[in-house]
Design a protein around this ligand. Structure first.
Ligand code: ZN
Length: 74
């Protein structure tokens, strides 16, 4: 039951980043992942294009993009 938000794409810094509002283990989280692009492979920071470089998540109660309150299962 992840929140599919039409406003997220406007906030993406580059196509190599992915931002999701996900529901996992009873909490809502804003998750951001950054993937390697050809330049990262060229300078040796990644083995292949699309390799996951960084992933982080923070607990949220509202969608930071559209402001919707995210419902908890009860
Ligand atoms: Zn939203």
């Amino acid at each position: 039951m992840d929140h599919i938000c039409k406003f997220i794409e406007e906030y993406l810094e580059s196509k190599a980043s992915k931002v999701e509002v996900i529901f996992d283990e009873d909490i809502w989280m804003l998750k951001q992942s950054t993937f390697a692009i050809d330049q990262d492979v060229r300078v040796g920071e990644a083995d292949y294009i699309g390799e996951l470089l960084v992933s982080s998540a923070v607990k949220i109660s509202f969608c930071p993009f559209c402001g919707k309150r995210l419902q908890l299962l009860s």
